[in-house]
Design a protein around this ligand. Structure first.
Ligand code: PLP
Length: 393
């Protein structure tokens, strides 16, 4: 009954581990879930209010497939104000989350056999979406010594005559690291030279910490902008994961092709959610900044605790809400009767013995690491770190 296409697709491993943690919790086991990729905060009141008002005003019908004209205008204004990049409304579309926007892109731009370069570790959906579009993912490994950032030489080596696109997730999920504008520009120049589309997933662009300054790939000059498709949305920055609103910005022909695909797979994103997202983009950033402050404090706290555990090494977060500590020193060791042979064993060991759920690095194409999300309360993080430390000590 199942198509070959579906058989080849892996179920999202982050969703899988999250489900396992939920099941254990439902069975009465006190699991601390550090596998989730969503803010623990609620959507700010003014955004919920805008949605309620939209319902009362009967904004409940279909909209244009690419989104309400006023929503697209609002996205254009937002990108100009926050990132200093100018788009026209026909260069913008709204989808059911960034995941859907990316899917539309791969379906619109990738022909069978086209290669998409994906730096590893990567966010889990890129390779599966490329596979669904019958493209070929070309993984390029990065290292913690380089903050898991793609090196220009490694990019050059991976390019072939079939290379169509390069995915850049900045700031990165799962590593929490971020490119400087200079590093991005080096990659951008190579893509311009080889006419490679840059798929810039910038969903964590407003959750950036410390001295770091985020610069959108599209702000690196006209040449690079022309070659770039930007993906962003409201899920993470405005605690709006369930509203399902994401945007794509870039070449109007690509946007038109993506819109055509969306017209047959979902039509417009929820009208009420579009109105809520519009309010988020147009409203005050105070709550976003407050949430960012909490994330920063939590991320630094968890990185410090992890680095205090014998054998664990972790880079401090620059953006987003995940950390990617190295746990390789535990390989070959017996922990409470279990021999740790890889990141899956380590994550299972933590779940069983410490009742802490994390995602094995293998799911992101990089064994030797686990992903820890710090998008949960300080109390939970403190207890989770205590349990983690006790379990491995
Ligand atoms: N891109 C990255 C890097 C993510 O981490 C996520 C969510 O986990 C998404 C895209 C999808 O976001 P959305 O909820 O808007 O579909």
């Amino acid at each position: 009954m199942i198509s070959q296409r579906a058989s080849k697709i892996a179920f999202s491993s982050t969703v899988k581990i999250n489900q396992k943690a939920r099941e254990l919790r439902a069975a009465g086991v006190d699991v601390l879930d550090l596998s989730v990729g969503e803010p623990d905060f609620h959507t700010p009141e003014f955004i919920k209010h805008a949605a309620k008002k939209a319902i009362d005003n009967n904004c409940t019908k279909y909209t244009a497939v690419a989104g309400l004209p006023e929503m697209r205008k609002s996205i254009v204004a937002h990108f100009s104000e926050i990132y200093g990049v100018d788009y026209k409304t026909d260069e913008v579309m709204v989808s059911n989350g960034v995941k859907h926007a990316l899917f539309n892109f791969f379906m619109a731009a990738i022909d069978p056999g086209d290669e998409v370069i994906i730096p590893a570790p990567y966010w889990v959906s890129y390779p599966e979406q490329v596979k669904m579009a019958e493209g070929k993912s070309v993984f390029v490994q990065t290292t913690p010594e380089n903050d898991f950032l793609l090196q220009p030489d490694d990019l050059e080596k991976a390019i072939t005559s079939k290379t169509k696109a390069l995915v850049i997730c900045n700031p990165s999920n799962p590593t929490g690291t971020m490119y400087t504008p200079q590093q991005l520009e080096q990659l951008g120049r190579i893509c311009v030279e080889h006419k490679i589309i840059i798929v810039a997933d910038e969903i964590y662009s407003r959750l950036v910490y410390g001295e770091d300054n985020f610069k959108s790939v599209a702000a690196l000059g006209e040449e690079i902008k022309k070659q770039t498709m930007i993906f962003n949305g409201v899920s993470k920055s405005y605690a709006m994961t369930g509203w399902r609103i994401g945007f794509a910005l870039g070449n109007s022909e690509v946007i038109a092709a993506m819109t055509k695909i969306q017209s047959h797979n979902s039509s417009n994103a929820s009208t009420v959610s579009q109105m809520a997202a519009k309010a988020a983009l147009e409203g005050s950033s105070a709550e976003l900044l407050a949430m960012r402050g909490h994330f920063e404090e939590r991320g630094k706290f968890v990185a410090k605790r992890l680095n205090g555990i014998n054998g664990i090494k972790c880079i401090e977060p620059h953006g987003g809400f995940s950390l990617f500590p190295n746990i390789e020193s535990y390989y070959g060791k017996q922990l409470n009767g279990t021999v740790i042979r890889g990141s899956v064993d380590f994550a299972e060991f933590l779940l069983e013995k410490a009742r802490v759920a994390v995602v094995p690095g293998e799911a992101f194409g990089k064994d030797g690491f686990v992903r820890i999300s710090f998008a949960t309360s300080k109390e939970i993080l403190e207890t989770a770190m205590d349990r983690f430390e006790q379990a491995v000590s």
